[in-house]
Write a protein that binds this ligand. Sequence first.
Ligand SMILES: *Cc1c(COP(=O)(O)O)cnc(C)c1O
Length: 228
Amino acid sequence: MSTIADHLGALAARIDSAALACGRDPASIKLLAVSKTKPAAAVREAYAAGVRDVGENYLQEALAKQDELTDLALTWHFIGPIQSNKTRAIAEHFAWVHSVDRLKIAQRLSEQRPTELAPLNICLQVNVSGEDSKSGCTPTELPALAAAVAALPGLCLRGLMAIPEPSDERAVQEAAFARLRELQASLNLGLDTLSMGMSHDLEAAISQGATWVRIGTALFGARDYGQA
Ligand SMILES: *Cc1c(COP(=O)(O)O)cnc(C)c1O
């Protein structure tokens, strides 16, 4: 059976070749290890293999894992949907939030960010595929939201995030990621972060400027929600 270290090696090779294929420096693309449904032991194994950034979708699950891993120098990213009653714990226990899609949540995170911590790094999640069911602000809502969030003292607006509708077609994948890149550029806020690309589409995302790729399955193996 291959190990998390094997998977990480294979992922580094995928990231490198995708970067070189489009003339980017591989070091400009960072790996966010998405550990939802996976035990703390798997995160510990990933850490031993070199992972330093971990993404979690569910607050209670994330806090339990953080408690078990306090001895590791990990940076924690929140990447799931955010309910108002969860903002305080998120503001206190994470360094990044990739899934902010409305001002009310951003305002709460800013107010609740402990002053002794650095401002919380924020990506605004944008719905680039136009599906009704997905979270994310609309491209139309984005400029006003970005301007308002950029002004909040407890936050540091870093960039945009998207989870496009899954597609096996490279051209369709690229079109969605290109949309996010263009939206970021049109904001003209000097943002340095594009959080886009998962296990099945990281090459397309890198070709369109991804700076964080968020990888679960290709690192930790398939998720079993039945046991989660
Ligand atoms: C689960 C998840 C991922 C990782 O997806 P994989 O396809 O397993 O790589 C990335 N981003 C978000 C927001 C997720 O919820």
